[in-house]
Write a protein that binds this ligand. Structure first.
Ligand SMILES: Nc1ncnc2c1ncn2[C@@H]1O[C@H](COP(=O)(O)OP(=O)(O)OP(=O)(O)O)[C@@H](O)[C@H]1O
Ligand SMILES: [Mg+2]
Length: 264
């Protein structure tokens, strides 16, 4: 479903701020893979997702989504294949609009971008069914303004909207990092349910090693713009946080004491 072949990206070439954020990175995902991504600050995790989404072109390498070479496609043309959720609960939904209006916009993605002739009874029933998956009681609040929701409710809704039109690839960049632990756990549960229900292929960045182990069927660790550890299936299930710490220590030479991954 995703084939990243030896991509590289250097920012601010030729200046004192020159930074190679991706350094010959390769990653191959099968249909239905759910991979969690960990790595220290600045390892290139978000940059990898931005490369897949086409925020800017990569310097080298090739990116294929479901067999389609998207390496030279601009961001807006790749958007139809992708669902994305970011860290900030304020992005991804429109605060001044109702829950059902937000969902209508998301479900009509690619069709006419208009709310007229209003939301049909059939759509409403469908939205309620989908909201029920989140298990947050939002199915009874279809006409509430999204701005009135809590951060966790809003993030869960963003996730639902990002997957209403089954994307080929779901990209989650620390989408629970801004939430309190209890709410984060709820949104992660909803994430698991949505991914399982639609058999989605997903990449989830997290700085929480426990979450990285507990979710998905595969885990990769990034360091200096590359994948330095890749584990799947039974081997991943058996992982402990101490195993990941050891891997990280080997790669970074023990130089990671202040890392967010360690502080969580
Ligand atoms: N648009 C950009 N312009 C310049 N530098 C950038 C840009 N995007 C990322 N970088 C740099 O690339 C490196 C990798 O950044 P990235 O955001 O991918 O790290 P990350 O692994 O997501 O880290 P974090 O855990 O802090 O989110 C960093 O040094 C960052 O400053
Ligand atoms: Mg990041």
């Amino acid at each position: 479903m995703l084939n990243i072949k030896e991509i590289s990206k250097t920012f601010n070439v030729g200046t004192v701020n020159e930074k190679t954020a991706l350094n010959g990175l390769s990653l191959h995902l099968e249909d239905g893979d759910f991979v969690t991504v960990i790595g220290g600050n600045g390892a290139g995790k978000s940059t990898m997702l931005n490369a897949v989404a086409g925020v800017w072109p990569v310097d080298e390498g090739r990116i294929e989504i479901d067999g389609i070479n998207v390496t030279r496609l601009p961001e807006f043309k790749r958007a139809r294949y992708l669902g994305r959720v970011f860290q900030d609960p304020m992005t991804g939904t429109a605060a001044s609009m109702q829950i059902e209006e937000n969902m209508a916009l998301a479900s009509r993605r690619g069709a006419l971008r208009t709310l007229r002739p209003g939301i049909t009874h059939k759509e409403r029933t469908l939205f309620q069914e989908q909201l029920r998956i989140l298990d947050l009681g939002l199915e009874d609040r279809l006409t509430s303004k999204v701005g009135l929701l809590s951060g966790g409710q809003r993030q869960a809704l963003t996730l639902l909207m990002a997957t209403l039109k089954k994307p080929k690839l779901l990209l989650l960049d620390e989408h629970t990092a801004a939430l309190d632990p209890k709410t984060a756990a709820k949104v992660l549960d909803a994430t698991d349910r949505i991914i399982a229900k639609d058999h989605l292929t997903a990449i989830m960045i997290t700085h929480n090693m426990k979450d990285a182990i507990a979710h998905g069927n595969r885990l990769v660790m990034m360091y200096e713009g590359r994948i330095i550890y890749d584990v799947a299936g039974e081997e991943k299930k058996k992982l402990k946080v101490s195993d990941l710490l050891e891997k990280f220590e080997q790669a970074s030479g023990g130089n990671f004491a202040n890392d967010r991954m360690m502080l969580s």
